[in-house]
Design a binder for this molecule. Sequence first.
Ligand SMILES: [Zn+2]
Length: 60
Amino acid sequence: MASCPECEATIDLEDEDVEEGQLLDCPECGAELEVVNTNPLELDVVATEEEGEENGEGSW
Ligand SMILES: [Zn+2]
């Protein structure tokens, strides 16, 4: 059994057929998680790129 690294909610995937690299989201906090290891089951938060405003020299 694994837990969400974000909110530490228990995520029970014992009945699920998960593979390394599989993406899923936490039912509790909605964080996107990646299966980094299947035995033991380990999850990692996928770093989501937030839309930042890249305004450098905006004016001509
Ligand atoms: Zn969570």
